[in-house]
Design a protein around this ligand. Structure first.
Ligand code: PLP
Length: 402
């Protein structure tokens, strides 16, 4: 008989999460096992975090050894891994410094604070405005939430930061209309990871960069979901010709441990004073030791090529689903791909039910926006598992057509 998922109902977690959780026990590579021994193919990577899958022995060994040596030193001191990691991150682009934090939202929080300090100190008061985009997602703390579009995330916490303007993503006219010299910065994702997986067009990127230059506005690129190899290149913004002043990284940076990096350019760093920002845990010895190994792996050209190849295989397999009536189109790049669904009766496609159905079939998937199934497998997934996962998806999607 087919094993049922092992669920735990209403543990004492706050009600902002769902009430039923899949109780996971262990993982190896792209596979997970729940507490009852049922196995799952992981097409979600813990929401685009686990680039190297589960149970990576080398990363685990680095973390273990570092914990025995030194676990925490605070930002009053540092360790050689943190310094090396900062140097190597800075060298990935035109940056001078890195602020380490613990999560994606903190990376963006730091970016917004740096941008506002830069603007105040170079352009004066009243120039604190931030331009963000419809369907964006930048995090849940109040600053990052203020530049996040989704109404249901924002509404309970209004009023949020003043001076935030939202333009239409990939709409050059809307972009032009939204620009003003009062902007401190623009914050943007190269692919909208939570907002339906729309990818920035080259025309839009070109205009965005030109307007930032013309109005002397900082460009913050949120690569928290797209960065560090997921799309088959180190960063998703590079091929768009963007020259960001600030880049935000997190999710995969420390192999599943919490770490973020806000990379800042020389002109931003020049305006930051002692005491402007800080954190207790960010850039600690363990997370930076692991991240140094992660960064060296994801900057390896052969590794990035293998991700691009796997991305092509995933896309090719997904194209075989295009004939299904429920499939509206495909989105994304590399190993961040989406299937946009249409709903024959005009209602939202039943994505939560599909996610549950996939889980019952032993496949873990994600959603993005209201109508997109998001697939973000570990970057080390075997080609045959890509094919296997998409076959399962085909079975599940064919059911809802019946
Ligand atoms: N920015 C982007 C593009 C994200 O996808 C996310 C998380 O999904 C965040 C920021 C927030 O990251 P965290 O949940 O680690 O705070």
């Amino acid at each position: 008989m087919k094993k049922q998922p092992t669920l735990i109902h209403s543990p004492p977690f706050p009600k902002n999460y769902s009430s039923d959780f899949l109780l996971l026990k262990r993982g190896r590579g792209a596979w997970l096992e729940d507490a009852g021994g049922k196995r799952y193919l992981d097409f979600g990577s813990g929401i685009a975090v686990n680039h190297f899958g589960h149970g990576d022995r080398e990363l685990a060994r680095i973390a273990y050894r570092q914990m025995l040596r030194l676990t925490h030193v605070s930002n009053l001191y540092t360790t050689s891994h943190a310094v090396k990691l900062a140097r190597e991150l800075v060298a990935t682009g035109d940056f001078q410094a890195v602020h380490f934090g613990n999560s994606g939202t903190e990376a963006n929080e730091a970016a917004l604070k740096y941008a506002r300090a830069w603007s105040l100190r170079t352009k004066g008061e009243g120039n604190h405005h931030i331009l963000a985009f419809k369907n964006s997602f930048h995090g849940r703390t109040l600053g990052a939430l203020s530049v996040t579009w989704t109404k249901k995330y924002r509404d309970p916490f209004e009023p949020l930061l003043p001076g935030v303007v939202f333009a239409d993503y990939n709409d050059v006219d809307s972009l032009r209309r939204s620009f003003s010299p009062h902007l401190a910065a623009v914050i943007v994702e190269p692919i909208q990871g939570e907002g339906g997986l729309s990818a920035m067009t080259p025309e839009f990127a070109h205009e965005l960069q030109a307007l930032c230059d013309q109005y002397r506005v900082l460009l913050i690129v949120d690569e928290i979901q797209t960065g560090l190899g997921r799309t088959g290149s180190l960063y998703a913004h590079t091929s768009l010709g963007l020259k960001p002043d600030i880049v935000c990284l997190s999710k995969p940076l420390a192999g599943g441990l919490p770490l973020s990096a806000t990379l800042i350019s020389e002109r931003v760093n020049a305006q930051i004073h002692v005491g402007d920002h800080g954190t207790t845990f960010g850039g600690g010895p363990v997370t930076t030791a692991v991240a140094l190994k992660v960064l060296r792996r994801v900057t390896n050209a052969a590794f990035l090529e293998s991700v691009a190849e796997k991305g092509q295989i995933l896309r090719r397999e997904l194209e075989k689903l295009s004939h299904l009536k429920v499939v509206e189109g495909l989105r994304g790049r590399g190993l961040l791909q989406g299937i946009a669904l249409r709903s024959p009766d005009g209602k939202e496609p039943p994505i939560p039910a599909l996610i549950e159905e996939a889980r019952n079939h032993g496949l873990l998937i994600l959603r993005s926006g209201s109508n997109v199934i998001r697939l973000a497998p570990p970057l080390i997934i075997k080609n045959k598992d890509i094919v296997r996962g998409v076959d399962l998806l085909k079975k599940i999607l064919s059911h809802i057509e019946e």
